[in-house]
Ligand binder design. Structure first.
Ligand code: PLP
Length: 446
C-alpha cells in the first residue's frame, strides 16, 4: 500500500524536480492507460501532452513490457563498440522510415542526439577539406536541448540565464512566426524574409565559417510555430548554395507526431542529418538517434587514425531500448497510428476553431497532432496574457481532468501559448473532452 504522506516527505527531502520551482506538493503519478494517467489519490487525468510530447502510443502497453522482459533475459547490455541484433534491426527500420540512405548513431536523449549532430558536422567539414566551418545557425524560440551545445543552439533567453558562456559558435535568426512576423509582413504577402535571412547571415558571417543549420520542421516547445509551406525548401536551397549542412531536429515531430512519419516529409525536403528521440520509443525507455546521410559518413572512413567519429557513450543504443523502439514502431505500423495522428489532428483543428470567439484567443495553430493556442490580452494589440492568466487557465483545465501544456519560457512575458500533443490513441470523444474543457477554462477569464 502506498503511503502518500511518507512519499511526499521523501520527495520534499530528496528529489530535485525539473523546471518547476521547489514544489512541495507535486502530483505523484502511479499508473497510466491509453491517454490517461492516474495519481496516488486515484484521480485520473487526460494526458494532453503525452508526458513531455513523447508517449505517442499511449500508456500501459503490455507488448512493450513483454519485449523489454524478453530482451533483458536474452541480453540487457552490449556496447556498440561491438554490435547487437536490436541495434542493427532498428537502424535498418529507421532507414526504411526515413526513406533515404542514412547511418544511425545512437545516444540517450534529444540533447545528446543534437550534440552528436554538431560534432559530426564540424568533423565532416574538417575531413572534407573545409576546416574553417564551425558555426551553426538556429532560430529564436527554438529548443534543442539542455547540454552546453544544444542549449547554445536553443533560442530561448530564459533557459540560458546563469549558465553562460555556452558553447561558442551558435547564431540565431528570427523564427517563421506568421502571427507575429518578425519582419512586419502580412501572412501570404511576403518574400519569405524569414528564410532569406539565412542567406544574409551566411554572407555576413562568411559562409566558409558556417557548418550547419539546425531547425525543427515546426517549432514545438517554443509555441507550435508553423512555418509557411515553402520555408524549409527555401532554407534547403540556401544551405546547398553555401555548402552548409541542414540538420533537422525531429525529437518531437518525428515518428508520426506531425501526421507524417517525419515532420520534414510534410515539406518535401531531404535533410543531411536528422535527430530523433522521444517518439522513437514513445518514452518507454530512453533512446535517441542521429541519422547521417551516407555520403557524409564516407568522410569518416578515411584511413587517418583520427578520421573516425571519436565519440562514445555507455548507454546509447542499449539493447533493451532498441528492442522497445522496434516494438513501438511495429505498433505504430500495425495500428496505423501515424494516419490516426493526422486524422485526430484534423478533427482537433476543426473543433478548436470554435474557441476563436473567446476574446483572449489570438491564434490557434494545429499541425499534425500538435496544437498551440496563443492567448492575448486583446486581439487588436496581440499583447500576450500574463503568466498568471496562463496558469489560471491551465489550472482550470487540470481541475476538470485535462493536463495541457504551455510553451517553454522564451523571453519574459511570452509564456502565453497553451500546447497540446495528445497520445495518438486519443478517441473522438476524448477530443471533445479536450475542447470542451478548454472552452470552459477560457470562460473563467471572462
Ligand atoms: N529537441 C527538441 C525539439 C526538444 O523538444 C527537446 C526536448 O524537449 C530536445 C531536443 C531535447 O531532448 P531531451 O530532453 O531528450 O534531451
Amino acid at each position: 500500500m502506498l503511503n502518500k504522506q511518507e512519499l511526499l516527505e521523501k520527495d520534499s527531502k530528496y528529489l530535485w524536480h525539473q523546471i518547476s520551482p521547489h514544489n512541495e506538493n507535486p502530483m505523484i503519478v502511479v499508473s497510466g492507460e491509453g491517454s490517461w494517467i492516474t495519481t496516488i489519490d486515484g484521480e485520473r487525468f487526460f494526458d494532453g501532452m503525452s508526458g513531455l510530447w513523447c508517449v505517442n502510443i499511449g500508456h500501459g502497453r503490455e507488448e512493450i513490457a513483454e519485449v523489454a522482459k524478453e530482451q533483458i533475459k536474452t541480453i540487457a547490455y552490449a556496447s556498440l563498440v561491438q554490435s547487437h541484433v536490436p541495434a542493427i534491426e532498428l537502424a535498418a527500420k529507421i532507414n526504411e522510415w526515413l526513406e533515404g540512405n542514412y547511418r544511425i548513431f545512437y545516444s540517450n536523449s534529444g540533447s545528446d542526439a543534437n550534440e552528436v549532430a554538431f560534432k559530426i558536422a564540424r568533423q565532416y567539414h574538417h575531413q572534407n577539406g573545409e576546416p574553417t566551418r564551425h558555426k551553426f545557425i538556429s532560430r529564436h524560440r527554438a529548443y534543442h536541448g539542455n547540454s552546453m551545445g544544444a542549449l547554445a543552439a536553443t533560442g530561448q533567453a530564459h533557459r540560458k540565464i546563469k549558465y553562460e558562456p555556452l558553447t561558442p559558435g551558435f547564431l540565431h535568426v528570427p523564427p517563421p512566426y506568421c502571427y507575429r512576423c518578425p519582419f512586419g509582413k502580412e501572412k501570404g504577402s511576403c518574400q519569405l524574409e524569414c528564410a532569406q535571412i539565412y542567406d544574409e547571415v551566411m554572407n555576413w558571417e562568411g559562409a566558409e565559417t558556417v557548418a550547419g543549420v539546425i531547425l525543427e520542421p515546426v517549432i514545438t516547445g517554443g509555441g507550435v510555430i508553423v512555418p509557411p509551406p515553402e520555408y524549409l525548401q527555401e532554407v534547403r536551397k540556401i544551405c546547398d548554395k553555401y555548402g552548409v549542412l541542414m540538420i533537422v531536429d525531429e525529437v518531437i515531430c518525428g515518428f508520426g507526431r506531425s501526421g507524417a512519419k517525419f515532420g520534414h516529409f510534410n515539406f518535401s525536403v531531404k535533410p543531411d542529418i536528422v535527430t530523433m528521440a522521444k517518439g522513437i520509443t514513445s518514452a518507454y525507455s530512453p533512446l535517441s538517434a542521429t541519422a547521417v546521410r551516407a555520403e557524409i559518413y564516407q568522410a569518416f572512413k578515411q584511413p587517418e587514425a583520427d578520421a573516425h567519429f571519436r565519440h562514445i557513450n555507455t548507454f546509447g543504443g542499449n539493447p533493451v531500448s532498441c528492442a522497445i523502439a522496434l516494438k513501438n514502431i511495429e505498433i505504430l505500423e500495425k495500428e496505423n497510428l501515424v494516419g490516426q495522428a493526422a486524422k485526430m489532428g484534423k478533427l482537433l483543428e476543426e473543433k478548436l476553431a470554435r474557441l476563436t470567439v473567446h476574446p483572449h484567443v489570438g491564434d490557434i495553430r494545429v499541425f499534425g497532432f500538435l496544437a498551440g493556442i496563443e492567448l492575448v490580452e486583446d486581439k487588436e494589440s496581440k499583447e500576450p496574457v500574463s503568466t498568471d492568466i496562463m496558469l489560471k487557465v491551465l489550472s482550470e483545465c487540470q481541475k476538470q481532468g485535462l493536463l495541457a501544456g504551455k510553451n517553454s519560457d522564451t523571453v519574459p512575458g511570452f509564456n502565453n501559448i497553451i500546447t497540446l500533443s495528445p497520445p495518438f490513441v486519443t478517441s473522438e470523444k476524448e477530443i471533445d473532452f479536450i475542447v470542451d474543457t478548454l472552452d470552459q477554462a477560457l470562460e473563467c477569464l471572462a
